[in-house]
Design a binder for this molecule. Structure first.
Ligand code: HEM
Length: 125
């Protein structure tokens, strides 16, 4: 399996369940909760889901609506140090456990999230 096969393998529903499981944990998280827009969590959920769907072979909704992802630039307003990175990954790993996607897709997604989360760090420890 390659990255662009993941959408066909897990479907819109797989991404919906994964990202819903991630955002369900965000509001009560002491590190991440305050960083996310409390009045637009549904919008944040949709942005991350649409980005991932497009990145992994599904419809390019994110690029149509938001343009080039420029993820490092878009995360500059938030202080992303090692603690925020580790917590984000912890919540995403839990969401992956809960969503129980096919093991090959699950493994590729974990590798992708780990790499991007580290790339997005913009603060020292
Ligand atoms: C490293 C820890 C991370 C932190 C603390 C973090 C935090 C945030 C916050 C606070 C937002 C704004 C929510 C919104 O209104 O959309 C955001 C947006 C976003 N994040 Fe992250 N994020 C992290 C990692 C990641 C990773 C690993 C990815 C991709 C796999 C990602 C993809 C996105 C996307 C696509 C958006 C929406 C950007 C936009 O269109 O405005 N983030 N992130």
């Amino acid at each position: 399996m390659e990255d662009h096969d993941i959408y066909a393998a897990v479907g819109e529903d797989g991404f919906r369940r994964l990202i819903a499981a991630f955002y369900r944990q965000v509001p009560t998280d002491p590190i991440l909760g305050p960083m996310y827009p409390a009045d637009d969590l549904a919008g944040a959920e949709q942005r991350l889901r649409d980005f991932l769907v497009g990145r992994f072979g599904g419809p390019p909704r994110y690029i149509e609506q938001r343009g080039h992802p420029r993820l490092r630039m878009r995360h500059m307003p938030f202080a992303v140090g090692p603690a925020a990175r580790d917590r984000w990954l912890q919540l995403m790993h839990r969401a992956l456990d809960e969503a129980a996607l096919r093991p090959d897709a699950d493994a590729l997604l974990r590798e992708f999230f780990d790499g991007v989360a580290t790339m997005l760090m913009n603060q020292p420890g």
